[in-house]
Design a protein around this ligand. Structure first.
Ligand code: ZN
Length: 388
């Protein structure tokens, strides 16, 4: 691509600040928690209308239980059928319905707030505008804008679609929020979310205590052992973040449940820690108690291989050319869809989105003055990757 064409793309994106903020406001003001199917679908329908008006057709992947996924498909301007570059982002948020009424989209100077503003509606806006700019000035290779539905609950419905789109891609850019330092994310921990049920036997705690089997006691013993698996040096953590159980204060508890979060830095360590966790979950602490896994979701870790490191270098050069010096990669314990694509061997860069912080809290913020520069850096990186 000529220098003039590159300059035209950068200048075009440079004029989109107001339009990007306007679309961001629209998206944040659609409530779209992971379990809010109609909300997630509404976010996608809004983006579909926007993209199709810009001449980019969208393929929908409807889902009965969760929101659907959507793939915006932009062919290469020269008609080349080479492997695509995927711009990925999730349309769901962690926030339950009703959050918006308490704190709708707001801007104070350069900072925007509202549920999902950084994680990751700003990233969706950025990807969408990059696609539009490359359609206008000529996509250097096929591009796929992949909009997913349920990342915040480990992508049970989106994962097969993500893997199918990313399998043969030459690169994946995942628009999770950029770090407050301006860095991207080059490594992420994997995670397993497990909902465990332990059953025992109910009995009157005064009249027939010996006949009972306490599910709470069995669960408590499991929790002690699970928490001992945390090893900061190895990078593994086990957190039982939710516990429920019992029937009444004077009944030996017949049932208890727990929500368990397990984190690990690599695929190898994943095998080890999940093996240890399963051993504890399957063990029967008290005769007559039983346990079973009710639900399980997994994120794979994002490990930085040679190709992903090269991708980060390409991005850093593009960013430096735009005046953003010293952009690097950071590790985080948070998990994301980028782990799935990296595990396929597809070079993956995460955290390409506009800069934000305090994700998953009421204090979430996004720096709207980074919408344009991050879009420009991504567009230049795409051009370089396609050329190389
Ligand atoms: Zn996210």
């Amino acid at each position: 691509m000529s220098v003039e064409a590159k300059t035209a793309i950068i200048e075009h994106l440079g004029r989109q600040h107001q339009a990007m903020v306007a679309l961001l406001a629209e998206l944040v003001n659609i409530e779209s928690g992971s379990y809010n199917k109609s909300g997630v679908d509404a976010v996608e329908n809004r983006l579909r209308a926007w993209l199709e008006a810009a001449g980019i057709p969208c393929e929908m992947f409807p889902n009965e239980r969760f929101g659907g996924c959507m793939a915006a498909r932009l062919p290469a301007a020269n008609g080349g059928g080479a492997r695509p570059i995927v711009l990925m982002g999730h349309c769901d948020t962690v926030f339950p319905d009703g959050t918006l009424a308490k704190r709708p989209f707001r801007i104070d100077a350069n900072q925007a707030t509202g549920p999902g503003v950084a994680d990751m509606k700003a990233g969706l806006v950025m990807n969408t505008f990059v696609l539009e700019a490359l359609r206008r000035f000529g996509a250097p290779c096929p591009l796929v804008g992949l909009y997913t539905a349920d990342e915040e609950i480990a992508s049970p419905s989106s994962r097969p679609i993500i893997e199918a789109e990313a399998k043969d891609a030459r690169a994946v850019f995942n628009a999770e929020p950029g770090r407050p330092s301006g860095n991207l994310v080059s490594r992420r921990k994997g995670a397993a979310f497990i909902e465990l049920e332990v059953t025992g036997r109910a009995a009157h705690s005064g009249a027939a205590h010996a006949q009972g089997v306490s599910a709470i006691e069995a669960m408590a013993r499991k929790i002690q052992r699970l928490h001992k698996l945390t090893d900061y040096d190895l990078g593994t953590t086990v957190n039982v973040g939710l516990v429920q159980g019992g029937q009444s204060v004077n009944t030996v508890a017949p049932r208890a449940t727990a929500g368990i979060d397990v984190r690990f830095p690599t695929l190898n360590i994943m095998e080890k820690i999940l093996g240890e966790v399963r051993e504890i979950l399957n063990y029967s602490e008290l005769p007559g108690s039983e346990s079973r896994i009710l639900r399980e979701g997994n994120f794979l870790p994002l490990e930085q291989d040679e190709a992903s490191r090269a991708l980060l270098d390409t991005y850093a050069r593009a960013a430096a050319g735009l005046g953003m010096q010293g952009v690097g990669g950071e590790a985080t314990g948070g998990s994301a869809d980028s782990g799935f694509t990296a595990a396929l061997g597809t070079p993956t860069l995460c955290g390409t989105g506009p800069v934000g912080g305090n994700a998953h809290t009421d204090e979430e913020w996004c720096r709207i003055d980074t919408l344009v520069p991050r879009a420009q850096a991504l567009a230049l990186t795409i051009l370089d990757v396609a050329a190389g």
